[in-house]
Design a protein around this ligand. Structure first.
Ligand code: SF4
Ligand code: SF4
Length: 166
């Protein structure tokens, strides 16, 4: 038979005073340190050209999309989030998307579509927020995806710099 000799606890130890005081000292120590909690959405997340937000389509100065409906982004998308139907056009690019849809519930913001595009037509934006009441509302068509070249310019410059490294 093994006899375990137990330590005799003091009154303070029986009242958990050392643990309570240690806990309170940590609480008071943290109370007066600068707060790091972000008060979202009043304080939005800072974004810059490196931010890989939701993909957006670039419009040219004439308002038409830079996309030639080649389908490379659709093929590169690992989440099968992109659906494109192309059509012929009289413009110099000859083809354009009749339908360009990204299912934002499928999109994993990987950026493969941006890398695959040969026409600088799709870029990752700084738009991170996503909310909706129905699944269908997360299927973004051209009207929701289209952004001006100016809006996407910082990201375009960043991607150019990255590509020059290679
Ligand atoms: S970011 Fe990735 S997952 Fe989203 S549409 Fe582009 S390739 Fe597909
Ligand atoms: S890869 Fe670029 S040009 Fe081709 S379909 Fe996608 S966005 Fe359009």
């Amino acid at each position: 038979m093994v006899i375990v000799k137990r330590k005799t606890l003091t009154l303070a130890e029986r009242l958990y005073l050392p643990e309570i005081l240690r806990g309170m000292s940590i609480t008071f120590g943290k109370m007066f340190k600068p707060k790091i909690t972000r008060q979202y959405p009043e304080e939005p997340l800072p974004t810059n050209e490196v931010t890989r937000g939701q993909p957006r389509l670039r419009a040219l100065v004439d308002g038409n999309l830079a996309c030639v409906s080649c389908g490379l982004c659709e093929a590169a998308c690992p989440a099968y989030a992109i659906t494109i139907d192309g059509q012929e056009t009289d413009r110099f690019i000859e083809r354009e998307p009749e339908k360009f849809e990204i299912d934002m519930l499928r999109c994993i913001l990987c950026g493969f579509c941006e890398e695959a595009c040969p026409k600088e037509a799709i870029f990752m934006s700084t738009e991170l927020e996503l909310a909706g009441f129905t699944r269908a509302s997360f299927k973004y068509g051209i009207d929701k995806l289209k952004r001006s070249t100016e809006e996407l310019a910082p990201r375009m410059e960043y991607i150019k710099r990255i590509n020059q490294r290679w």
